[in-house]
Design a protein around this ligand. Structure first.
Ligand code: HEC
Ligand code: HEC
Length: 345
């Protein structure tokens, strides 16, 4: 009799173990980084969801011709940018209108795209997936392909406990993976943790940075997650569905004309070309811009006119020091981190 009971218990245990659902994943971040508060309740991080998202991020199956993945334009070895001003790697091979930004520390962002046109990573992903100049995918085709794929069905089942894949879960998985991409292994971080010291040049670069750049690019994330006009242009064309209008395209407010999202400066020596349209190929050109190139317009940020003249003045070897400091933001552990790399098939 008791044999039978044990047998039933074993079956029950097996069943229970198989039905625990996905495993919750705790994000690791340095103590001096802000708390993580932006993960939507409907899409908590799980081991299975993140791994699935990583596989999808690298899989060209998500593009119409099966040739383009997210990683085509967001490459780990370039801190998840692509090294060109305007990509021509999309489905149509037409140049995009904006430069591909780095995807590090996205878990602290609340607005995505250069004009903040997407409110979360889940909705953001629909744009590259379906845009004719990016992955040009039809969402029904995508879902059919995934549902008929030998492994994706069971992977989605493990991650989300669903029997049939829908596009909402594709973007959830992608968002989960991207939320785990944290860059915090630069020399700057080793210094913050007391593991190394900055050279004299780097330290004076930090001081210059703090007075001249940190108002908009504050450490430790080196972005204020806000929108500014940093003087790249004096007029803003309404062509191409308003993409040159900056933040105004989204808010329709005149005061937002020509304002773009402050990009992070983490890994900045790797993420050239620079600015929303990739107009500057080299960091020297960026500093030339801030010193000599700032253009006046009604929405130009007042920080850039605060010392009576327009732009930011650098004396003596200040530029050299600033660049030495910016170099301490390069995180080579990010570039090699196997957690972010293309998974083995
Ligand atoms: C053909 C190149 C290309 C492909 C493919 C591509 N992206 Fe992008 N990505 C861009 C460009 C360009 C932007 C900036 C667009 C803008 O701001 O208007 C961008 C912006 C983003 C952003 C916003 C980052 C921020 O700081 O605001 C995220 C997140 C992102 N992409 C994720 C993805 C994901 C996920 C995929 C795959 C589903 C993907 N991208 C595929 C080029 C690409
Ligand atoms: C008034 C706010 C403000 C100040 C001050 C400021 N920046 Fe920026 N920075 C921005 C914004 C906004 C952008 C993006 C502009 C765009 O692309 O339209 C940007 C872009 C950049 C970029 C390009 C990043 C990329 O990934 O394309 C670099 C590099 C940069 N800034 C460095 C600096 C340095 C160095 C200083 C100090 C000398 C500085 N910034 C001061 C707001 C500011």
């Amino acid at each position: 009799m008791w044999h039978r009971q044990i047998y039933v218990l074993l079956i029950w245990l097996l069943y229970a173990c198989n039905n625990q659902g996905p495993t919750a994943l705790e994000l690791e971040k340095p103590s001096y980084y802000p708390e993580v508060t932006n993960i939507p309740e409907r899409n908590p991080l799980t081991e299975e969801g993140v791994q699935l998202g990583r596989q999808l991020f690298y899989d060209p199956i998500l593009s119409r011709a099966g040739t383009i993945s997210c990683a085509t334009c967001h490459q780990q070895e370039r801190a998840f940018t692509d090294g060109v001003s305007l990509s021509m790697m999309g489905h149509s091979r037409k140049p995009l209108t904006r430069h591909s930004p780095s995807l590090v520390n996205m878990v602290w962002s609340q607005e995505f795209f250069w004009d903040g046109g997407a409110k979360d990573l889940e909705s953001q992903a629909f744009s590259p997936l379906t845009h004719p100049d990016e992955m040009a995918m039809n969402l029904d085709t995508m879902v059919n392909r995934l549902n008929n794929h030998p492994v994706y069905r069971s992977k989605f089942n493990q991650a989300f406990e669903i029997d049939s894949i829908s596009s909402a879960y594709v973007v959830r998985a992608l968002a989960q993976f991207q939320r785990t991409i944290i860059s915090s292994g630069a020399k700057y971080d080793q210094w913050k943790r007391g593991e190394t010291s900055l050279t004299e040049l780097e330290s004076s670069g930090l001081q210059i940075f703090e007075s001249k750049c940190a108002p908009c690019h504050p450490p430790p994330l080196f972005t204020d997650h806000s929108f500014h006009n940093n003087g790249l242009d004096s007029t803003f064309s309404a062509d191409k569905e308003g993409i040159y209008l900056g933040r105004r395209r989204i808010t329709h407010k005149e005061e937002d004309l020509g304002k773009f999202k402050t990009p992070t400066l983490r890994n900045i020596m790797l993420t050239h070309p620079y600015m929303h349209d990739g107009r500057f190929r080299h960091i020297d050109k960026v500093l030339d811009h801030y010193e000599f190139g700032v253009k006046s317009s009604p929405t130009l940020d007042s920080i850039l006119t605060s010392d009576g003249s327009i732009g930011i003045n650098f004396d003596g070897d200040e530029r050299q020091a600033l660049i030495a400091f910016l170099q301490t933001l390069t995180d080579s552990t990010l570039l090699q981190n196997p957690q972010y790399a293309k998974p083995a098939k």
